[in-house]
Design a protein around this ligand. Structure first.
Ligand code: ASP
Length: 317
């Protein structure tokens, strides 16, 4: 049975950011405050968690700089703590910029029925009205919610599943949504009101994923390219010459691609590069048609399709 301990893994971000002036919500430096200090600054958090809150600093970065070394360390620490029967679930503090990518990465690699809740802030810890403390309280409330399972993002009172969540605004506090899918639910005064099922661990990629990730070798090189007016195939040809192993195309509309870019992608595919189509539209997904030459991302956004393709290639190595 699940235990009562909640482990909070700190990775940095604006939630741990500070600025010289309290009123400055953009001129700050991310990843300055340790996760211990962040927890200590949230009134009522220890009480809500029942006193068993354990903090661990896994990284201290601006999440725009997220890299494979941090993902590897984070996934391994998550797997380690999730195995502990005393641990009820995890909270991860993270920057907002690449939050959805880390959430999807963890959803793909962690094989657990326990909740893993990422949270963040749009305003630094030193702001006049920081959003981090409430988000932290809400994240702990989600871990404690009966039946909570899977990788989620909690921000601005909303609970989102890793599959659909996207950062959709560069400034406002309400910066995330899940497009057509909508949020899984809300946290209201510490209570979770769920309108969709909890997201469970994926079964497709989890087998041996952690072992693959623990391996200190290079991870496959996968890039995102975009189709747009006057697109050419030059960037794709150059990437193929440099040894790229996978390409995700952020296509126009329903998976359509400028003919010059498409020709280059077809050449790339013929040389063994894996190519996947996603859409640059922020809602909906590519609807496949008979005879499509390039597979679609099955509803994943370009950046999440990149994660999945990278993990596919990692398994195939
Ligand atoms: N650049 C910051 C980060 O992602 C932005 C934020 O956290 O809101 O780490």
């Amino acid at each position: 049975m699940s235990g009562q301990k909640i482990v909070v893994l700190g990775t940095g971000g604006t939630i741990a950011g500070t600025s010289a002036q309290a009123g400055d919500n953009i001129g700050y430096t991310a990843a300055q405050v340790g996760v211990d200090e962040l927890l200590a600054a949230v009134p009522g958090l220890q009480v809500l968690a029942g006193g068993a809150l354990v903090a661990e600093q896994v990284a201290q970065i601006d999440s725009k700089d997220m890299d494979y070394a941090v993902w590897r360390a984070l996934a391994l620490r998550c797997a380690h703590h999730l195995k502990d029967p005393q641990v009820r679930g995890l909270v991860i503090t993270h920057g907002t910029d690449t939050l959805e990518e880390t959430a999807w990465f963890l959803q793909e690699v962690l094989d657990t029925p326990k909740p893993v809740v990422l949270t963040c802030a749009m305003r630094p810890a030193s702001a006049l009205t920081p959003d981090g403390p409430q988000n932290m309280l809400d994240a702990v409330a989600v871990v404690l919610a009966p039946g909570a399972a899977g990788v989620m993002v909690v921000a601005a009172g909303e609970v989102h599943g890793a599959r659909h969540v996207q950062k959709i605004h560069p400034y406002r506090v309400h910066a995330f949504n899940s497009g057509d899918a909508g949020p899984l639910g809300w946290v209201e005064e510490g209570r979770v009101r769920l309108v969709q099922n909890w997201p469970l661990a994926q079964v497709k990629y989890v087998h041996d994923a952690i072992e693959n990730i623990a391996n200190p070798g290079e991870w496959p090189w996968v890039e995102v390219v975009m189709s747009h007016a006057a697109a050419s195939g030059k960037a794709v040809d150059a990437l193929v010459r440099e040894g790229v192993q996978g390409l995700v195309v952020a296509c126009t509309g329903n998976g359509t691609i400028h003919h010059s870019l498409e020709a280059a992608l077809s050449r790339a595919q013929n040389t063994g590069v894996r190519v996947v189509r996603s859409t640059r539209c922020t809602e909906g997904q590519v609807l496949p048609k008979p005879g499509d030459l390039l597979p679609d991302s099955q509803g994943l956004s370009p950046v999440k399709a990149r994660v999945t393709l990278m993990l596919d290639l990692l398994r195939a190595d």
